[in-house]
Design a protein around this ligand. Structure first.
Ligand code: GLN
Length: 547
């Protein structure tokens, strides 16, 4: 029988529930268990696909084309749990499905209510992940206990243990134990209140994971245990990591969390094998060199807007034992101050995906700078489209070349709407989404990086390279080295004469893992390291020349 773990959060948001859930999933997998991960989000949008990155950070795309919460990125980076549309539900989706059932007359004249209809719907989406070959389903509840909109989810998970038996459910509550400088001590009261709120609705947490900036001593733990009605051993410290998120699972193991979960749920677990993970953290902690990468985007000031890209850069760095110093640069600033001032000295430049016109010219200037100076360049989605515009304008001489997303009347619409998009008016879930195959040209940077010629990558876009211009680009030195298998859609462009200038229509960042970096990120970072080292050699030579 599948066991269920529910992870809730209290006191404040942004405690790292996603990371903690992913870490728990990873630890259970490393004990030989089969795990499924799921996130339930209390907001009313049907999915985060239409939400601004300022509000919600990155939209994480799955193979099946669902647009999901960025916590699912942590799940995929930490575990092997297959993620699908069933791995992320929102209040909006739950209500939509209940309302559609009501319209179809499926409730046979009943009054449709939050309890039991909405809560039944929530329980049914949790049950979807249980199966004979699944040992544990970990369901993370978004938001913070006490939020009005979380109530139906908490009520549903309370009922869930009545349905499947208390012994098959485990409630883990992530909370904050703040340090008050003035008092010189850690404060447990917010945790007591948060657990109090949970108990009011009938959930007694089994385990408390306490985020803290200082170590919890025996007394703190005893106090939390007594007031929150849990055994002392179930008060787990999760100290802030100033180093890397990939240390979180190790610190949870240090506090015996995996042992406790296995025992409480009576899981058929083996011994823990963390060799690969420890090796990863060791490499992260002991880089042999440091290189610097500029990420030039519209939402650069927002930490979570390009989350998977930052992670994928780190993964590629770990593989080469190089620390990546990532500088987030707002493309609008390049428009004001010029690329020379803001981009000189970096070992690589990456332009990520995005929507909307703001900052476009800054991205184009950054790409021109990378192309002309031989700086390794990696363009992703909108970053590729900007690379095509830049090359059209500055190399081929197509004055006014643009994407029709930004200039409907461009004399040279080198990027234009995909045919399949022309009749679409709804915004939600209607882009070209999810995994699609592509074929690579054998002698390309891309094929060398992947080591194969057929790839599958995830997409999220409405616009594409305009094939009317393909010959002209080829004649001038920009090659389409990756296309859809029919050859119709351009998926990768490259400049063969440049040390590394690769731009892709898809989102490789979603498939990178800390223990298996994505080949294109590895290739890009490899080129950036070469550039860095060549610069170092040149500097040394100069020193010798000028005694
Ligand atoms: N706005 C562009 C398009 O829709 C790029 C999308 C993206 O970067 N994800 O095609």
């Amino acid at each position: 029988m599948t066991k269920h773990i529910f992870v809730t959060g209290g006191v404040v948001s942004s405690l790292g529930k996603g990371l903690t859930s992913a870490s728990i999933g990873m630890l259970l997998e490393q004990r030989g268990l089969s795990v499924r991960m799921q996130k339930l989000d209390p907001y009313i949008n049907v999915d985060p696909g239409t939400m601004s990155p300022y509000q919600h950070g990155e939209v994480y795309v799955l193979d099946d084309g669902s647009e999901t919460d960025l916590d699912l990125g942590h799940y995929e980076r930490f575990t092997h749990s297959p993620l699908t549309r069933d791995s992320n539900y929102t209040t909006g989706q739950i209500y939509l499905s209940v309302i559609e059932k009501e319209r179809r007359g499926e409730y046979l004249g009943q009054t449709v209510q939050v309890i039991p209809h909405i809560t039944n719907e929530i329980k049914s989406v949790i049950r979807k992940l249980a199966a004979d070959d699944v040992d544990v389903v970990i369901t993370e509840i978004g938001g913070t206990v006490g939020d009005i909109e979380s109530q139906p989810f908490l009520e549903a998970i309370r009922q869930f243990s009545l349905d499947v038996g208390k012994e098959n459910c485990l409630y883990i509550h992530l909370t904050l134990v703040p340090y008050l400088k003035a008092a010189g001590e850690l404060k447990t009261k917010p945790t007591q209140h948060s657990v109090g709120l949970l108990r009011q609705i009938g959930i007694q947490p089994d385990i408390l994971i306490c985020r803290t900036e200082r170590n919890l001593d025996r007394e703190d733990r005893a106090k939390i245990a007594l007031f929150c009605n849990v055994p002392v051993e179930a008060v787990i410290e999760e100290k802030d990591k100033d180093f890397s998120i990939y240390e979180v699972p190790l610190s949870l193991v240090h506090n015996a969390l995996d042992e406790l979960i296995v025992r409480k749920l009576n899981l058929p677990a083996g011994t823990l094998d963390l060799d690969d993970w420890r090796d990863l953290v060791h490499r992260l902690r002991n880089p042999k060199q440091e290189i610097s990468i500029a990420v030039v985007g519209k939402y650069a000031e927002h930490r979570d807007a390009y989350k998977s890209i930052y992670e994928a850069l780190d993964h590629a760095g770990v593989a080469r034992q190089a620390q990546i110093r990532i500088q987030r640069i707002q493309s609008e600033h390049i428009e004001r101050e010029g690329p020379e001032r803001l981009l000189s000295g970096y070992d690589g430049i990456l332009v990520p995906g995005g929507f909307g016109e703001r900052g476009i010219e800054g991205k184009i200037d950054a790409i021109c700078f990378a192309r002309e100076r031989g700086v390794p360049f990696f363009g992703i989605c909108l970053g590729m489209q900007c690379a095509v515009i830049e090359f059209g304008r500055n190399v081929i001489g197509l004055t006014g070349a643009h994407s029709t997303e930004f200039d409907k009347d461009s004399p040279h619409p080198v990027i234009c709407l995909l045919d399949e998009q022309k009749a679409i008016t709804d915004k939600g879930g209607t882009m070209r989404l999810g995994s699609h195959p592509a074929r690579l040209a054998p002698d390309s940077h891309a094929a060398a990086a992947y080591g194969r010629q057929l790839i599958h990558e995830r997409h999220r876009h409405r616009y594409e390279f305009n094939n009317v211009y393909r010959q002209q680009y080829l004649a001038n030195g920009m090659q389409a080295v990756g296309t859809s298998p029919s050859g119709e859609l351009v998926e990768i462009v490259e400049l063969p004469d440049h040390p590394w200038f690769v731009a892709v229509q898809f989102h490789p960042e979603f498939k990178s893992k800390p223990t298996a970096p994505h080949p294109l990120f590895a290739g890009f970072i490899g080129a950036a390291i070469d550039k860095h080292n060549a610069r170092g050699e040149r500097a040394k030579e100069k020193e010798v020349e000028t005694p």
